[in-house]
Write a protein that binds this ligand. Sequence first.
Ligand SMILES: Nc1nc2c(ncn2[C@@H]2O[C@H](COP(=O)(O)OP(=O)(O)O)[C@@H](O)[C@H]2O)c(=O)[nH]1
Ligand SMILES: [Mg+2]
Length: 308
Amino acid sequence: MIFARLRDSLRKTREKLAGGLSKLFGLKRELSDEFLSELEAVLFAGDLGSTGLKAIEQLRAEYRERTLKTTDDVRTRLRALLREKLGAPEPELRRAASGPTVVLIVGVNGSGKTTSVAKLAKRCTLGGKKVMVVACDTFRAAAVEQLATWAGRIGVPIIKKEQGADPAAVAFDGVTAALSQAIDVLIVDTAGRLHTRDDLMQELRKVRRVLDKKIPGAPHETLLVLDATTGQNAIRQAEVFTQVVPLTGVILAKLDGTAKGGAVISIRERLGIPVRFAGVGETADDFEPFDPERFLDALLEERGESAG
Ligand SMILES: Nc1nc2c(ncn2[C@@H]2O[C@H](COP(=O)(O)OP(=O)(O)O)[C@@H](O)[C@H]2O)c(=O)[nH]1
Ligand SMILES: [Mg+2]
């Protein structure tokens, strides 16, 4: 049950957010300024950040204009506002018109990049695609080994070089191999920690240039991996990356076990890029395409936590 995994992973966030909301709305109170202030506090605790504040401002305005008359009106309107913030559903992966689709994975160290490469590789493999992964994080030998271990487990070929090799040279080998072996999806892992933003920018630009030279239009996707447990901090991190490289989406890793899942709602608004996948555990199967509607359902669902 795919949906059950996402739902499960949002349990802590839901307890805080939906729990707070159902307490507030359950009392069947009169709609008032005080009620809206309490609602604001619940959204804040749910890590909705500035998106929550904006939603509250909107609700206050509509209350003053008498468009909203009851707390039930507020509840309906709040869901609609949050739904708007999440944007339209996206295709699972934007594909190359022909030849290999190239997916570049970026993000800070420890955010979950390498694990996400493995998860995406497995998902594409199960979808019948011929997948190859590329180890462009050449900073530490362990990073290359980690991806090689995943590749072995999933059964996809890997392109790698020795530690310290030029990441762009590894990327070159990757695209070359992908073209000659008729690979459908090429997934490129990268390093996260470099000394300065300039280093990071230089390195990622060079990798992108190499990809685009061999496969015009590549990378077709540049996905930023964010650690959901850092909540609103993840968004600040993302802001740095948007200045380094053009992003097409976010993979929100570690959504399991955090109560800060509400931050998802601000990502689209703050960064202008959609969440595309969620990581919900440490195995290669703990990965979900992100669907805004289902996410909201799972987040705001008010029936009690069932055991099953
Ligand atoms: N619980 C959980 N752990 C994750 C998830 N994704 C990654 N991790 C863990 O986070 C740690 C860092 O992941 P890694 O892929 O090496 O990050 P990287 O440095 O960005 O490549 C590892 O211990 C992973 O097992 C996830 O979705 N859920
Ligand atoms: Mg890594």
